[in-house]
Ligand binder design. Structure first.
Ligand code: TRP
Ligand code: SF4
Length: 336
């Protein structure tokens, strides 16, 4: 069975952009019969949140709840927490020995995030090594596919290079993982810019139906359509981008027509969107409420997933230690 692995950094609550861009695809892969490993990358969160990690644990839990509510199924996928599987850190040490610093310094994602988060001191060893830790996340499960967005492609290329170098130095062990790029729809936030927690424009998976409508009602539309009687242009309207993601095509055609001939107002249009958005978000919200009533269930799921992840990670580490040939005085395969 081919293995899929991916992770998310717990640095905020999940919003529609995360759902449409990643989570929905993860659920599909799980249904397509891959062996899926999905994890919460809390060590990766620490690379940027180290000065104030007080929220990381909270977001880990919320992300886990969002995952389960959105349909990731612990019976089908291994859902786990990175910091519960110490083997990632051990492999990270091996990989850090063989990774040239120049590979890390030229990484475009590294440069971009440092630019974005200028207010933080990211001139740290841990942040530079972010992709090495990511490589160990992926390689320790010998993943064949990694569903990610285009922004992660440089990291994945680095993982492949590190795998190649390990295999060259110590003998073949790691398959080179391939990215699985799925078409990611354009998901604007309520101000028309890309949906992002840092723009304060996001609709969250945990938002109640009332809150969703409160956010949608004043959402930016085609700015040329000022009055109810003005015709609009859906191509210039961020609300219509959301229609593309949620509204069935027959209904969407009517929306286009009504917009172009001023057949209805923007509020009517948003109400239609709201209905279809709720077809998707309503069940997620309900499931979230059920989960909130059973707090220990989420902990158990993640703990159990982490235990299962560890089993696979341990097997790989036995092979990796053997390949590197450190002295192992007690047992074949190394320390317990
Ligand atoms: N860097 C990824 C992100 O920011 C998160 C991540 C960490 C990851 N380890 C991973 C993704 C391994 C895929 C595979 O989205
Ligand atoms: Fe946008 Fe709908 Fe208003 Fe047209 S009618 S401008 S698509 S919100």
């Amino acid at each position: 069975m081919e293995r899929v692995l991916s992770g998310m950094r717990p640095t905020g609550l999940l919003h529609l952009g995360n759902y449409l861009g990643a989570l929905r695809n993860w659920v599909e892969l799980q249904e397509e019969g891959y062996r899926c490993f999905y994890f919460i990358a809390d060590w990766h969160a620490l690379t940027t949140e180290y000065a104030d990690p007080s929220q990381v644990a909270h977001y880990c839990r919320e992300v886990a709840i969002d995952w389960l509510a959105a349909g990731l199924d612990p019976e089908k996928s291994v859902l786990f927490l990175q910091s519960q599987v110490l083997e990632h850190a051990e492999l990270h040490i091996f990989l850090s020995m063989i990774t040239p610093v120049s590979w890390l310094e030229r990484n475009p994602t590294y440069k971009e995030i440092r630019q974005e988060l200028k207010d933080r001191d990211l001139a740290t060893y841990g942040f530079l090594g972010y992709p090495v830790l990511q490589a160990s996340d992926i390689l320790i499960y010998k993943a064949h596919y990694v569903p990610v967005g285009v922004d992660q492609l440089p990291h994945l290329e680095l993982t492949r290079e590190i795998a190649r170098r390990f295999n060259y130095l110590y003998g073949p062990l790691f398959p080179e993982p391939k990215p699985k790029l799925t078409q990611t729809p354009k998901v604007p936030g309520v101000d028309g810019r890309k949906m992002s927690k840092s723009y304060d424009n996001a609709i969250y998976l945990g938002d109640s139906p009332e809150v969703v409508w409160e956010k949608l009602r004043p959402m930016v539309t085609d700015t040329q359509r000022k009055r109810r009687t003005d015709p609009g242009d859906p191509e210039k309207c961020p609300v219509f981008d959301l229609h593309r993601a949620f509204t069935p095509s027959e209904v969407r055609e009517e929306v286009v027509e009504n917009c172009k001939k001023a057949g209805f107002g923007c509020i009517d249009c948003k109400r239609i969107l709201y209905g279809h958005l709720m077809d998707v978000m309503g069940p997620i919200y309900e499931k979230r409420r059920e989960l909130a009533a059973r707090p220990s269930l989420v902990d158990e799921v993640i703990l159990d997933g982490s235990r299962r992840a560890r089993e696979t990670a341990r097997e790989t580490m036995v092979e990796a230690r053997t390949a590197v040939r450190l002295w192992c005085p007690l047992a074949e395969g190394g320390a317990e």
